[in-house]
Design a binder for this molecule. Structure first.
Ligand code: SF4
Ligand code: SF4
Length: 410
């Protein structure tokens, strides 16, 4: 967003305070400078100022970019884009946090890549981390800075999705469709990617997963690293242009879908769809495939912010869960509330993130569900941590993993 566009957005705010009712940070802190209205005020005051006061930095930093305020703003202020622009201003003025700088370098580099880094991590992870008996994830074995004994990190896989797909044979007569797995599915949870590909194949589609796809760029954008974000985006745009004869792209990651749909200069002939949207369009074929099979477990649903507020998708995932769980699907209270993950927020603001998460966990517990479904790998990891912290009985899963499980059942 350019400085002129930021000014235009700031002018649109009428200070009505409707954003206060929905901001998870405000709900926990009760502080005016933590809600969109307060943040926009501060951003306006120090606009173009090289001297960034601590209050400004704190307000800009304490945001999940969850879009809850945007969904509730009758003036249509593009709040998250203004906050991201403020973070770019901060990065240009003070530089980028060195840990984020190192992590983002891995996302951009093809030699010292995230894939290689994770393969190294796979070899050493058991020294410092131990597997959780019920959940897919690890907790620390020994005291580690920044991690308490309930912090869940993903168990790193031996083979990523690219490795697994290289060995896989697919019938050529299937109709090609682009699949954007996103970094979490590609490198941390390849089984989730295989579940989505399996369902696509059952419906007659062959998933094309170009290894040249980059990270979608949402995490770098949210951190104010405009240069990295642009580089990642340009790489993805090239892949889209090179494959523009394939007219549809699906993703199972709410955040990636949100980011990809926002790409300017996206080839107009390629339609970007969340996997739930795509399946809803093929509902007759899917209903026939499922037949009378139903999941036996009780399932509830958490709306990923980037699916509900970022893309306006609420009905398709619910239709899918009702299809596979029938009467065993139960709504939780406040399914729309953010879980507190917010990209790297759950790591950098552990205490606040945990408070937000605890509310979500209580709402999930109250349903008596055995599974909390959510179409975002980031939410799934955060929810898993919530279940571990509260010693809850449920597991967090992607709706497509539940669907694949059902379709594999004879
Ligand atoms: S809801 Fe929108 S217009 Fe109202 S105070 Fe918040 S940002 Fe401003
Ligand atoms: S994006 Fe979310 S956390 Fe940030 S100000 Fe808006 S509601 Fe609050």
């Amino acid at each position: 967003m350019t400085p002129t566009e930021v000014k235009e957005e700031l002018k649109k705010c009428v200070k009505c305070g409707a954003c206060m009712a929905v901001c998870p940070i405000y709900r926990q802190t009760g502080r005016e400078d933590m809600v969109a209205r307060g943040k926009l005020n501060l951003i306006e005051i120090v606009e173009n100022n090289q001297d960034l006061p601590a209050t400004w930095l704190e307000a800009v930093d304490n945001c999940l970019l969850c879009c809850s305020c945007e969904e509730n703003c009758s003036k249509g202020v593009r709040i998250t884009e203004v906050i991201a622009a403020a973070r770019v201003h901060q990065t240009e003025t003070l530089g980028l946090n060195p840990i984020k700088k190192g992590a983002f370098a891995l996302l951009k580099n093809r030699i010292f890549s995230i894939a290689r880094f994770i393969k190294l991590g796979y070899l050493g992870q058991w020294l410092l981390w131990r597997r959780l008996p019920r959940h897919s994830g690890l907790v620390r074995r020994i005291p580690l800075p920044g991690f308490d004994d309930k912090t869940v990190i993903p168990a790193l896989p031996k083979r990523n999705l690219d490795d697994l797909l290289r060995r896989r044979k697919v019938a050529q007569e299937l109709k090609p469709i682009l699949f954007f797995p996103g970094c979490a599915t590609r490198y941390l949870h390849p089984e989730m990617g295989l579940d989505i590909i399996f369902v696509l194949e059952k419906l007659g589609f062959k998933a094309i997963v170009p290894t040249e796809f980059n990270c979608c760029g949402l995490v770098t954008w949210g951190a104010g690293d405009a240069a990295s974000s642009s580089k990642l985006k340009q790489g993805n745009l090239k892949v889209l242009r090179d494959n523009s004869e394939i007219r549809q792209l699906v993703t199972g990651c709410a955040s990636c879908g949100h980011a990809l749909k926002e790409y300017e200069q996206r080839p107009p002939e390629i339609e970007i769809l969340d996997i739930s949207e795509f399946l809803f369009r093929h509902r007759k074929a899917l209903e026939d495939l499922i037949g009378s099979r139903k999941l036996k477990q009780k399932v509830t649903y958490h709306d990923p912010c980037h699916l509900r507020k970022g893309q306006g998708i609420t009905a398709a995932p619910r239709w899918l869960l009702k299809l596979i769980a029938g009467d065993n699907f139960i709504e939780m209270s406040h399914p729309e509330r953010c879980c507190g993950a917010g990209g790297t927020f759950g790591i950098s603001h552990k205490e606040l993130s945990r408070k937000i998460l605890n509310e979500k966990t209580r709402d999930a517990d109250a349903t008596g569900a055995e599974i909390v479904a959510s179409g975002c790998p980031g939410c799934i990891l955060q929810l898993t941590e919530g279940a571990v912290v509260a010693d809850s009985r449920w597991l967090a899963k992607h709706p497509l993993s539940l669907l694949a499980e059902l379709l594999r059942r004879e």
